[in-house]
Design a protein around this ligand. Structure first.
Ligand SMILES: [Zn+2]
Ligand SMILES: [Zn+2]
Length: 146
């Protein structure tokens, strides 16, 4: 069976406009924040203003924005998180709650040492730090006291 779906030009333009409006809203929602949100977090926040929005759309648009270099996708213990700061920078990953925190600029002596033992050209570097965030550390300290 052949199914022909006819969408007139105006209808198609409306769909395209809605897609870019949603993508723009997603981009804005990621911008300026420090919590490196997941797609689920953004979806829950945007759902109020865009009732027709689906989680799949949020994922697709975030993938598109990452491809264009407008956001960076980072992996935190298996969950994809998104960062609007696209310049390389260091992150701390909490193994308990999975939060991702920006780290202050690390000492740049280490990359230079590494560069001496590397035949190519290193243009930037960022380090990953792993452990427990302040909240999780305090929570575990409280629990171990009880
Ligand atoms: Zn934590
Ligand atoms: Zn970051």
């Amino acid at each position: 069976m052949i199914m022909i779906i006819i969408i007139d030009k105006r209808e198609k333009e409306e769909i395209m406009a809605r897609y870019s409006r949603q993508r723009e809203a997603i981009r804005k929602q990621v911008s300026g924040r420090k919590d490196h949100p997941t797609a689920e977090t953004l979806y829950a926040e945007l759902k109020k203003d865009f009732p027709e929005l689906s989680l799949a759309t949020v994922y697709r648009n975030l993938g598109q924005l990452a491809e264009w270099g407008e956001v960076v996708k980072i992996d935190s213990y298996g969950a994809a998180r998104f960062d609007w700061v696209v310049e390389p920078h260091s992150h701390f990953f909490c193994r308990e709650c999975g939060c991702v925190v920006d780290m202050p600029e690390a000492d740049d002596r280490m990359p230079r040492d590494i560069a001496e033992h590397f035949d190519g050209v290193i243009e930037s570097s960022a380090s990953n730090f792993f452990g427990l965030c302040k909240e999780c550390k305090e929570k575990l300290d409280r629990e171990s006291r009880n």
